[in-house]
Design a protein around this ligand. Structure first.
Ligand SMILES: C[S@@+](CC[C@H](N)C(=O)[O-])C[C@H]1O[C@@H](n2cnc3c(N)ncnc32)[C@H](O)[C@@H]1O
Length: 403
């Protein structure tokens, strides 16, 4: 017990120092959060630890119910004024006894505050649960992903605990009878939540072009390149599996004078709902394309994939990469992959969990530097540089055709 106390006091000192430091980076922020988790582990008993972990499913269910009942919207609309349970329950027609029980959990989780007996008010965390970012992420996690998580132990038992390597055989398929992308295609409401989740999930976080110096690494060389006579103007970047184009729109906002075409590729139903109007913004072109087919855009300056390869097992990745490599121009085209590069040890909880999520949803995986290197090498590509702000965090992997 004594040594735990010692650990806790050391961690507390380190947290204090970090919080009072004059400047802090993303890496410092990640370190403070890691220290806080370690501090909690150092203070709580083993029994408290397993109770905290074991109750998370029920807590998430309460947040999902509160979201459905419009609790966060009502509290946020009232700003600093408190709202009684009668008012919270009246519009959706919920039972007040039931709602009080759910609200105890929501308050304890910190998503709003208690203002008195059965009275609540918004706090700084409440607002995010009223935005597309909070709503779409929670609906995706709970409604689309959780059924596969609940079935994961049973599924893995049925597979004799062999690492899943085929997207047609995942916990998601076991739980729903469909592969993830087919399921979304068949359920427009879930597809809508998932695509909103993709578009909003990175708000407030650096994007790939904040980590990778686009102006130095892509633009200068692109304007100096020969123009492709067949296509009229060089393609600067193809965002493969770019969803509804949110990333390209933000890239264009950051670099309004981009020289070269920007092309969004994704499945037909997804690009049909692109987040830009192709008539208004001629700079971005939407192109339905299945990345398991040959890449139709040849000799682009860059092919960018964000959060694509972690959705697939190695064999599928190799097929996508081989089509990309076949379209790349030697000594000119770059492959940019925005994903986690896992450390060899001490992986943070978020990427470690994301890896399991990818396994459960798609038989996919997060990869370490070595695993990326082997995968790219097997498709005729080599890593030039890994651009990364936080060790073990999200990175931009820059690769080219092997000599
Ligand atoms: C995890 S999302 C990432 C979206 C986007 N790159 C981002 O990071 O926000 C994966 C994307 O791959 C797309 N996708 C899935 N299968 C595909 C296929 N066979 N061909 C092209 N795109 C596909 C999905 O529609 C989805 O937009």
């Amino acid at each position: 017990m004594k040594s735990h106390q010692g650990d806790a006091l050391l961690l507390l000192d380190s947290i204090k120092q970090s919080l009072t430091a004059p400047h802090s980076t993303s890496a410092d922020h990640a370190q403070i959060l890691a220290d806080i988790s370690r501090l909690q582990l150092a203070v709580e008993t083993p029994l408290e630890t397993i109770y905290r972990i074991g109750h998370q499913t029920w807590q998430n269910a309460c947040v999902r119910i509160a979201l459905e009942l419009g609790v966060f919207d009502t509290l946020h609309a009232k700003d600093a004024d408190s709202v009684g349970v009668q008012e919270l329950a009246s519009a959706p027609g919920a039972d007040t006894v039931f709602l009080v029980r759910v609200m105890r959990v929501v308050v304890a989780l910190g998503l709003c505050d208690e203002a008195g007996l059965n009275e609540y008010n918004a706090n700084p965390k409440t607002k995010i649960m009223t935005t597309p970012q909070g709503i779409s992420s929670f609906k995706s996690w709970f409604d689309i992903f959780t059924p596969a998580a609940v079935k994961l132990p049973e599924y893995m038992r049925s597979q004799n605990y062999q690492n899943p390597t085929q997207s047609t055989n995942s916990a998601f398929v076991y739980a729903t009878g469909s592969e993830f992308w087919d399921f979304l295609n068949k359920t427009p409401i879930q597809s809508h939540h998932f695509n909103d989740f993709m578009a909003t999930r990175r708000q407030g976080k650096p994007s790939w072009y904040d980590i990778y110096p686009v102006d130095q690494e892509l633009l200068f060389s692109c304007s100096n390149a020969e123009t492709n006579p067949e296509e009229g103007r060089d393609v600067l970047l193809v965002d493969v599996g770019g969803n509804r184009g949110h990333d390209l729109v933000k890239l264009k906002t950051k670099y309004p004078k981009l020289d070269g075409r920007l092309i969004l590729q994704d499945l037909p139903d997804v690009v049909a709902h692109a987040s830009f109007d192709p008539e208004d913004d001629k700079a971005i072109e939407a192109m339905p394309h299945d990345f398991f087919q040959p890449q139709p855009v040849r000799h682009a300056r860059a092919y960018h994939f964000r959060a694509i390869f972690h959705d697939w097992p190695d064999d599928s990745c190799r097929r996508i990469l081989s089509h990309t490599a076949a379209a790349m121009k030697p000594c000119y085209s770059k492959l940019l992959i925005s994903e986690f590069v896992l450390p060899d040890a001490a992986t943070a909880l978020f990427p470690a969990t994301l890896d399991i999520q990818m396994m459960g949803l798609h038989a996919g995986m997060e990869r370490s530097e070595k695993q990326w290197q082997i995968l790219l090498d097997s498709a005729g590509l080599e890593i030039v540089k890994i651009w990364q702000e936080v060790k073990g965090g999200e990175a931009v992997i820059e690769a080219v055709l092997k000599n």
